[in-house]
Ligand binder design. Structure first.
Ligand code: CP
Length: 344
C-alpha cells in the first residue's frame, strides 16, 4: 500500500493517481472478504465513527455505518430533527460535542457546500485529532460516491485487476443534471485522473458550457493539481451524438429539490430527450454498463425495464461496492495498523 497523506477526505480534486490506486486496492481486498459468517475485522476496534448527516440519506449513511461496524469500530448516529440544533446550537459546537465524546472520524453531510471543510479547518485549528470525511456537501463534492463509482467501472472493465488503469482511454458519458450534482463533480475529478475521456450530455439549463473546463484548475484553496495528465471533458447536447462509441453511461438524478427556477419543461420531455432505455443504449454499438448514484426517479433518468436489468444496470452493484470503499476510507483515516489483515 503506498503512503497515505490525507488527514481528511473532503474533495477528490486533492487525490493523486496513487491515492485512487490505494483506495481501490484496499477496497478490492475488503470486497473479497466472506459475505457470511464472521465478517468483522478488528482493524478499528476502540475507534468511534460518528455520522453527522444534516441532510437526508439512505445509501451513504447506512453504508458508512455498516463499513465502520465491519471494521469493529463503535458507531454513533446523529439526527438533526431531534438534536439541540433546534435550541440554537451551532454546527461547529455540535461537531465539537461529538469530538468531546471521543469521535475519531466524523462523516459529515450538509446541504451547504463547504461545511465539512470548514469543520475540518476549525477542528484542526483547535488541535483535535479527529478526521472529517465528506458524506456529500451541497453541489460541491461526494468523494465516497465518486470512489465507489470508480471501483464499479474498474471492475466492469477489468474484473480481476480493478485499478485506475482500467479506466485509461475509456469514454464515459455522464447524462443529465450536472449543474446540481456533487456526484458528477467528484466523478469528473476521479475519471479524468484515471485517464478516462468524459462526455457530458444534457440541456444547457442543467449543463452550462463552463463544465468543459471543470478540471483545468484546482479548486479554490488548493495550491496545485496532484494529477499530471488528465483525460478530457467534452460537452454535447444530444444523446444521439454522445452515445455512439461510449464505454459506459452514468446517469444523474434530476435534483428537483435544488431547482429554484423552471429549468425543465416537464419530466416526460426530459425522459424523451435524455432518459436511458435499452433502445437508447443500442446507440453505443456494444453492451455497456449504466450507472446511477441513486435515488433514481424511475422512468425519468432510466426506464423501469433498464433499472430492473442487472445485466447492464449497475445501480445495486454500486450500492454493494459502497461498503468496501467506505471501509477503505475509514481504515486509511483512522487505523493504527499499516495493514488491516495483519491483526485478522
Ligand atoms: N447516492 C447517495 O448519496 O444516496 P443517498 O442520498 O441515499 O445517501
Amino acid at each position: 500500500m503506498s503512503r497515505w497523506s490525507h488527514r481528511h477526505v473532503l474533495d477528490l480534486a486533492a487525490f493523486s493517481l496513487a491515492d485512487f490506486t490505494t483506495v481501490l486496492e484496499l477496497a478490492q481486498r475488503f470486497r473479497s472478504l466472506p459475505t457470511s459468517g464472521a465478517r468483522r475485522l478488528p482493524a478499528l476496534q476502540g475507534r468511534l465513527v460518528t455520522s453527522l448527516f444534516f441532510e437526508p440519506s439512505t445509501r451513504t449513511r447506512s453504508s458508512f455505518e455498516l463499513a465502520a461496524r465491519r471494521l469493529s469500530a463503535d458507531v454513533q448516529s446523529f439526527s438533526p430533527a431531534s438534536s439541540s440544533l433546534s435550541k440554537g446550537e451551532s454546527l461547529l459546537d455540535t461537531a465539537r460535542t461529538y469530538v468531546a465524546m471521543g469521535a475519531d472520524v466524523l462523516v459529515v453531510r450538509h446541504a451547504c457546500a463547504g461545511v465539512p471543510a470548514a469543520m475540518a479547518r476549525a477542528l484542526d485549528r483547535s488541535g483535535e485529532r479527529v478526521a472529517v470525511l465528506n458524506g456529500g456537501d451541497g453541489l460541491h463534492s461526494h468523494p465516497s460516491q465518486g470512489l465507489l463509482d470508480l471501483l464499479t467501472l474498474a471492475r466492469w472493465f477489468e474484473p480481476t485487476a480493478p485499478t485506475p488503469a482500467a479506466l485509461a482511454g475509456k469514454r464515459i458519458v455522464i447524462v443529465g443534471d450536472v449543474l446540481h450534482s456533487r456526484v458528477a463533480r467528484s466523478n469528473l475529478w476521479a475519471l479524468t485522473a484515471c485517464g478516462a475521456d468524459v462526455v457530458l450530455c444534457g440541456p444547457a439549463t442543467l449543463l452550462p458550457d463552463g463544465f468543459a473546463a471543470f478540471v483545468q484548475a484546482p479548486p479554490p484553496g488548493q495550491a496545485h493539481d496532484p494529477v499530471e495528465c488528465r483525460g478530457t471533458i467534452r460537452i454535447v447536447r444530444q444523446l444521439e451524438e454522445a452515445l455512439p462509441g461510449a464505454d459506459a453511461v452514468m446517469t444523474l438524478r434530476l435534483q428537483q429539490e435544488r431547482m429554484h427556477q423552471h429549468l425543465l419543461t416537464s419530466l416526460d420531455t426530459y425522459h424523451r430527450h435524455y432518459g436511458i432505455s435499452h433502445q437508447r443504449l443500442e446507440l453505443c454499438g456494444k453492451p455497456v454498463p449504466v450507472l446511477h448514484p441513486g435515488p433514481v426517479n424511475r422512468g425519468v433518468e432510466l426506464s423501469g425495464a433498464l433499472l430492473d436489468d442487472p445485466s447492464c444496470c449497475l445501480v445495486e452493484e454500486q450500492v454493494r461496492n459502497g461498503i468496501p470503499i467506505r471501509m477503505a476510507l475509514l481504515y486509511l483515516l483512522a487505523a493504527a495498523e499499516p495493514d488491516p489483515f495483519t491483526a485478522a
